[in-house]
Design a protein around this ligand. Sequence first.
Ligand SMILES: *[C@@H]1O[C@H](CO)[C@@H](O)[C@H](O)[C@H]1NC(C)=O
Ligand SMILES: *[C@@H]1O[C@H](CO)[C@@H](O)[C@H](O)[C@H]1NC(C)=O
Length: 159
Amino acid sequence: MDLLNLFLSVWWFSCFIAPIQHVGSVSQEITCYTCSNKTTNFDCNRYAVDRPCFPDQTLCYTKHIMDEYGETTLLSKSCATKEQCNHRTVGCYLLANHPINMKCISCCDIPYCNREIPTNETNAILLLERQDSNKGFQIVFYWTGVFLYIKLWILLISI
Ligand SMILES: *[C@@H]1O[C@H](CO)[C@@H](O)[C@H](O)[C@H]1NC(C)=O
Ligand SMILES: *[C@@H]1O[C@H](CO)[C@@H](O)[C@H](O)[C@H]1NC(C)=O
């Protein structure tokens, strides 16, 4: 009987946890310009795939490689995870195997924010602009769940 109670409680609890995660993932979903190995920004954006990123990909990523005159030689844009896009990965670097070429990487977190391409240290940055408006709601929702869970436990124990 104890096992059954435990099972019921866990099931109840997961009924509250699942919607919280759902709310979280919906609010995170973004769409980015995506292209690979294009030579102009116009081409990249024109042929961009209009498809939302996977739930764990909360950022838009741009990699821009320039020659010594600052002309684009290679341009790629994609969705990215927080691991791929952070303060350490963004910026401009000289390419190790081709030191006259510069690689600039930028990341940002609102839909279609990777329209423009990074060309120097000023714009090769991690730009975070999204408001986490669901956060407060989630916390209230979570603690309501915990409260009901405890109440349910007391109810089950007293039976
Ligand atoms: C783009 O270029 C990189 C590096 O040269 C290569 O590894 C990759 O396969 C290319 N991707 C496409 C889609 O051509
Ligand atoms: C960086 O690039 C932008 C756009 O190309 C330009 O307006 C800006 O002056 C540049 N900044 C520096 C410090 O070179």
